[in-house]
Design a protein around this ligand. Structure first.
Ligand SMILES: Nc1ncnc2c1ncn2[C@@H]1O[C@H](COP(=O)(O)OP(=O)(O)O)[C@@H](O)[C@H]1O
Ligand SMILES: [Mg+2]
Length: 253
């Protein structure tokens, strides 16, 4: 089984400190993990630190994987190259391998990921011709095609319609179950988090304010602290927990 733990991760831009001390217990693979927090809390910055794209203190500990097994899908994926969807996914598969020959198995992996994420019919389209949601689906396919063991995705469903959001989260869940991979998703929809993510990591005030099983971590107290919002978690008529927003928290005076 793969796991990932953060030990005293810091990050700053110039003199501005964004993360003072991000520490988590080992986060187990095999199910989805959510990274939640307010705008500008430092979610994308934390991903950049874990992905090794930024320096700082502290360490990221992998079990059953190394830094090379990690794939990171950033929040804004600019795609201006005049390539087809098919070519882009092949590029992502062969990235860092030092060769361009494709085995039958690799071709099958490309076809599989295109159909899993509902973009097989777009294979021959050029990237600039795609809609925002279609581009996001291509980024997801690129991230998964080499079957990584550790995956970080920054707001992967932000441009997707309701059906595609459902489809992507189901596929990612299935992938985690099949492979034991650690998959951390920055998400804003807390009901989506409660429904799909076994573990929740909450980032605020430059640190990890909560990290654990989602039903225990994602409490009204935490939501007030993260967002300044009063909320309730109630059971829907099918017995699933749902978060209901009541409004802004009264300001402390
Ligand atoms: N490249 C950068 N240079 C300077 N400041 C940055 C940079 N990227 C992000 N920041 C700042 O760091 C803070 C955290 O940003 P970010 O990690 O993108 O937050 P989140 O993803 O949680 O919305 C914000 O205040 C943002 O303005
Ligand atoms: Mg961000």
């Amino acid at each position: 089984m793969v796991s990932l733990a953060l030990d005293g991760i810091t990050a700053r831009y110039g003199r501005r400190e964004i993360l003072t001390e991000a520490t988590t217990p080992p986060i187990a693979g095999g199910a989805l993990t959510a990274l939640v927090g307010a705008n500008a809390a430092g979610k994308s910055t934390l991903f950049r630190r874990i992905a090794g794209q930024m320096r700082g203190h502290g360490s990221v500990r992998f079990t059953g994987a190394t830094q090379d097994d990690l794939r990171y899908m950033p929040q804004d994926t600019a795609m201006s190259a005049a390539l087809t969807v098919y070519e882009t996914v092949i590029l992502a598969l062969k990235q860092g391998t030092g060769g361009w020959r494709l085995s039958a198995q690799e071709l099958a992996a490309v076809d599989d990921v295109l159909s899993r994420f509902g973009i097989a019919h777009l294979a021959e389209q050029q990237l600039p011709e795609l809609s925002g949601g279609q581009r996001q689906a291509v980024s997801i396919a690129q991230t998964l095609v080499a079957r990584p063991k550790v995956i970080l995705m920054d707001e992967p469903t932000s441009a997707l319609d309701l059906y595609r959001q459902y489809e992507v989260l189901e596929s990612l869940n299935a992938y985690a179950r099949e492979t034991g991979a650690v998959i951390v998703l920055a998400l804003h929809d807390l009901n989506q988090v409660m429904r799909n993510c076994a573990t929740t990591i909450a980032l605020g005030e430059g640190r990890i304010l909560a990290c654990g099983p989602t039903p225990e971590a994602l409490t009204p107290d935490l939501i007030r602290r993260l967002y300044g919002i009063e909320s309730r978690v109630e059971q829907c008529s099918k017995g699933r927990p749902m978060m209901i927003v009541d409004g802004p928290s009264p300001r402390a005076v």
